[in-house]
Design a protein around this ligand. Structure first.
Ligand SMILES: [Zn+2]
Ligand SMILES: [Zn+2]
Length: 323
């Protein structure tokens, strides 16, 4: 089979290798569509201390299995121990023994991969492979909204209107929140205009306005933390959905805001299988309006050429199909 392996900094090799054989409790998945995420581009650019090369990246996957012809599946890109405190309390994304597909294990930038059988989720009828490949990022958004404890009619501000910003908006709307979004890239922001108007999502017209119950960042820009915290209503909550590229300039100010106005700061990292199941339900409901999130389809050979663009975060998702 064909596989795209990361062999070094900014080095991809498209190789022929034996089709992987599933171990016990695993299943072989034929990749139908795999989305290229900015995390993949970051691995390509800078590696990671726990990343052992060569590795096939790809954790946003829609595939098929031999034993269920004609059906599509998506993959929870985790393998948790199932026994630790985090796993037993429903926080398997925090399992210390976590093995992530596309990071610790070979992922979806290939014709086939093997995954734990328990990580496979069937895609409901009516959702095509391109949308199904977005289940994992949507599940991460669902997780962020869960961590934010959003209630009906909460006023929500989302920084960043890329793929994850839009998916956070979907999950927030589904909770009955009133959502406002902003993105410094006007061209990119314009591309979600039809979606935003259909779901009455406001554009953040006045960056000095406040009164938000929840703020989430879908951008690594550090200044969104300080400004988002300032714009919270008393008792509001900031969800650190995206990691920050650098340390915020004046963390002291942030802490005193938390103290005096009883604000909360919460993190969100990855997703659980329950988030994946919830995401599939959201795709049934909203998927037909999310087609714009698939920017372009590419073949495996074309992936090295798009990494720079993915890293720059200008567009929506690029999808590998037709292996
Ligand atoms: Zn991703
Ligand atoms: Zn565990």
């Amino acid at each position: 089979m064909k596989a795209l392996t990361l062999t070094g900094r900014e080095k991809f090799e498209c190789v022929e290798r034996p089709t992987p054989v599933p171990a016990e409790n695993e299943v072989a998945v034929r990749v139908v569509a795999a989305a290229v995420c900015r995390t993949d581009a970051k691995m390509w650019r800078s590696g990671h201390r726990n990343l052992v090369l060569p590795r096939v990246p790809g954790h946003e996957i829609c595939g098929a299995i031999n034993e269920a012809p004609g059906r599509l599946f998506t993959v929870w890109p985790g393998k948790a121990c199932g026994a630790c405190e985090a796993c037993r309390s429903g926080r398997e994304n925090l399992c210390p023994a976590m093995q992530i597909t596309g990071f610790h294990r070979d992922g979806g930038f290939a014709e086939f991969l093997t995954v734990p059988r328990s990580s496979l989720l069937e895609v409901p009828e009516g959702i095509g492979a391109p949308m199904a490949a977005l289940t994992e990022p949507l599940a991460c958004a669902v997780h962020g909204i869960r961590q934010s404890c959003i209630r009906r009619a909460d006023r929500v501000l989302i920084y960043g209107a890329g793929t994850l910003g839009v998916l956070l908006a979907v999950a927030a709307i589904n909770r009955g929140a009133s959502v406002v979004m902003t993105d410094p890239d006007a061209d990119k922001f314009a591309r979600s205009a039809a979606f935003r108007s259909r779901y009455a999502i406001g554009a953040d017209a006045d960056p000095s306005s406040g009164g938000f119950d929840i703020v989430l960042n879908a951008t690594s820009s550090a200044e969104t933390l300080a400004s988002g915290i300032r714009r919270l209503a008393p008792g509001g909550r900031f969800c650190l959905f995206s990691g920050l590229g650098e340390t915020p300039e004046n963390p002291g100010v942030i802490f005193s805001e938390l103290h005096y106005r009883e604000l909360e700061l919460v993190g969100s990292y990855g997703c659980t299988r329950q988030d994946m199941r919830d995401a599939l339900r959201l795709l049934v409901r909203y998927g037909h309006d999310l087609g714009f999130l698939v920017e372009r389809t590419v073949s495996l050979d074309q992936v090295p050429a798009i990494m720079q663009e993915v890293l720059a975060g200008k567009g929506f998702r690029q999808l590998i199909v037709g292996n």
